[in-house]
Write a protein that binds this ligand. Structure first.
Ligand SMILES: N[C@@H](CCC(=O)N[C@@H](CS)C(=O)NCC(=O)O)C(=O)O
Length: 216
């Protein structure tokens, strides 16, 4: 066992947190044992370990890290096991591009607008704003189209090999897919839809995001 693997790993976050799910996918893919420590910034009582009131936060021994993209890259570098980054410079660039696209263009419309107002709030009995659902679906459409180009090209999101791009994006697109309108929107993009079917049936996704198992 390497030194890294011998040091305890704690992930602060909550099961329904999309970004926590991203890190859980990377940890699962690398077969890193970890403890999930419940921390939910949406709970008013939460005394968080993130300086900006977010999750996830990774603790590896005495080392603490926040920002999901940094956390998953750290997991890749610190632990042995399956390699989650492609070799070729072009593919690596696409992986980085997808991670940035997920953060900057996908998360807000797909998760915070469409999924939060179309699924999470209604399930919790909290008033939701259907205008947010419509705005999220509309804003997600060009993002899905660009991601479909990337999946078609095949450097990443190719259904052959899991990378950090798959980990970053899958929980977000899976959240959108929980709305019937979101599912239909994704289905119009053949390569991306094929990728979602592949990743959502993968062992890594099923183990890391068990709450989203009823996707298909
Ligand atoms: N830039 C952060 C974003 C993390 C984030 O937004 N996490 C959500 C949960 S999925 C959160 O903590 N939201 C709390 C809030 O918006 O107040 C990262 O990459 O980790």
């Amino acid at each position: 066992m390497s030194d890294a693997a011998a040091t305890s790993v704690t992930l602060c976050g909550f099961v329904d947190s999309i970004y926590t799910q991203v890190v859980r996918m990377a940890l699962t893919a690398k077969a890193v044992p970890y403890e999930l420590q419940h921390e939910d910034p949406f709970e008013t009582s939460a005394a968080g370990s993130h300086p900006f009131g977010r999750v996830p936060v990774l603790k590896h021994g005495a080392f603490t890290l926040y920002e999901t993209g940094a956390i998953t890259r750290y997991i890749e570098r610190a632990f042995s096991g399956v390699c989650l980054v492609p070799d070729a410079a072009t593919s690596l660039a696409r992986m980085d591009q997808v991670i940035a696209m997920a953060d900057n263009y996908a998360y807000w419309p797909m998760v915070r607008q469409a999924y939060a107002h179309g699924v999470v709030r209604p399930q919790a009995g909290v008033i939701s704003d259907m205008a947010q659902v419509d705005a999220g679906l509309a804003a997600a459409d060009p993002v899905l189209a660009q991601l479909d180009h990337i999946a078609t090209e095949g450097h990443v999101l190719n259904g052959l090999r899991i990378t950090l791009a798959d980990c970053q994006l899958a929980p977000m697109v899976a959240a959108l897919a929980q709305l019937p309108a979101g599912r239909a929107q994704i289905a119009r993009h053949w390569a991306l839809n094929s990728w979602l079917n592949w990743i959502s049936h993968s062992r890594v996704f099923r183990q890391a995001v068990p709450e989203a198992a009823g996707l298909t």
